[in-house]
Design a protein around this ligand. Structure first.
Ligand code: KG4
Ligand code: ZN
Length: 341
């Protein structure tokens, strides 16, 4: 059987990224051009600046992905692009660029959901992982607990009722004076701190597997502002450590609840996976490892460089869509609020 080679482009936020993926599992090239230096000055992503930067980068980033793979556009089986969710202007850059490129090369065009891409990063890191499995998707805009029933088939088990975990990390980091993007910086700082008990509330949600981060975030911001007003020197590392632990425990607690609920059923959790930018968090990785270890469940995690936005994960997700014949025509548009389920 011939190999299926997919050239994939990702432009949903602040990374222009392209990759060539073989048979959904093997990375032949993976080029990530980050815009972080452009947005740092503003403390967050500025949508118009992001769009302008994508406009000038799509061309050379995809060209480099092909060159790094030692292949030409003609040798590709199909082309893929993230069509949502994300910033509308940023998505439009990638969607329009890839529509034109695929059409000019005479290749099928595969639209990919960005969140499905994050889940699929696990197929690249763990070639033996196959559905069904349970996946905790934690990114800058999403916090979902999902059941991956099959390739491209998802059931929602729980979700955040307010902020996403990554968003909460970024806000907490910002109030501690850490530069954008705050999540990874807060993770580093937390490693040098001590946990401060009784500082943050325990989040409560109505849905059994739902999450809530806004109470934690607000309590944290109020505490830091109070210390600031009192002129107290902030114990920044301790604060970072406390926030990281509270978020991680909340994420792990709900995952463990699901595991326990299913223990004596005909659908026990057998495989758990992490996905999305926050799955790079060092405490989340180790705590989820402990939780899964306690119940003999195998934990899958994307390699660190595949946790945050990249083109490889889009190329992997696209492969199964391609097998199902899910291609798009030139009417494809950006879908900024596209849902996974
Ligand atoms: O998945 P992603 O790259 O973009 C979205 O699709 O949203 O996730 C980015 C988010 C940001 O909020 C970033 O701060 C967070 O992931 N993040 C982390 C870490 N690395 C990235 N949060 C906590 N600890 C990390 N090590
Ligand atoms: Zn993402």
């Amino acid at each position: 059987m011939n190999d299926t080679l997919i050239l994939a482009l990702e432009t949903s936020c602040d990374e222009t990224a392209a990759a060539v993926i073989r048979n959904g599992r093997e990375i032949l090239s993976n080029v990530v051009h980050t815009q972080i230096p452009l947005h740092t000055l503003y403390g967050g992503v500025v949508p118009e600046i992001a769009s302008r930067a994508h406009t000038t980068a799509c061309d050379w980033v995809t060209e480099k992905a092909l060159t790094d793979a030692g292949l030409t556009a003609r040798e590709m089986t199909a082309m893929a692009v993230t069509c949502g969710p994300g910033l509308v202007g940023a998505l439009l850059c990638g969607v329009n660029w890839m529509k034109a490129y695929a059409w000019a090369c005479g290749k099928p065009l595969i639209p990919v959901n960005h969140i499905e891409g994050h889940v699929s990063a696990n197929y690249l890191t763990s070639p033996d992982l196959e559905p069904p499995f349970t996946c905790l998707v934690v990114s800058g805009g999403h916090s979902h607990l999902v059941e991956v029933e099959d390739y491209g088939v998802y059931t929602l088990l729980g979700r955040t009722v307010d902020d996403a975990a990554g968003e909460a990390f970024d806000k907490a980091a910002r109030v501690l004076g850490l530069p954008y993007p705050g999540g990874p910086r807060l993770d580093e700082l937390a490693a040098r701190g001590q946990f401060l008990p009784d500082l943050l509330p325990h989040p409560k949600t109505q849905g059994r597997y739902d999450y809530s981060f806004s109470g934690l975030k607000t309590a944290f911001l109020n505490h830091v502002n109070k210390l600031d007003q009192q002129g107290v020197k902030l114990p920044r590392a301790d604060l970072a450590c406390t926030f990281r632990q509270a978020v991680t425990e909340h994420l792990c607690e709900k995952a463990e609840l699901l595991i326990r609920d299913r223990l004596e059923t005909d659908r026990p959790v057998q495989r758990m996976a992490l996905a999305g930018g926050v799955s790079a968090n060092s405490l989340l990785r180790s705590r989820m490892g402990e939780v899964c270890g306690k119940y003999g469940i195998r934990l899958f995690m994307p390699a660190l460089k595949l946790c945050t936005d990249n083109g490889a994960m889009i190329g992997s997700a696209a492969y199964w869509r391609y097998l199902r014949g899910e291609t798009a025509d030139l009417s494809l548009n950006a879908q900024p609020a596209l849902k996974l389920i």
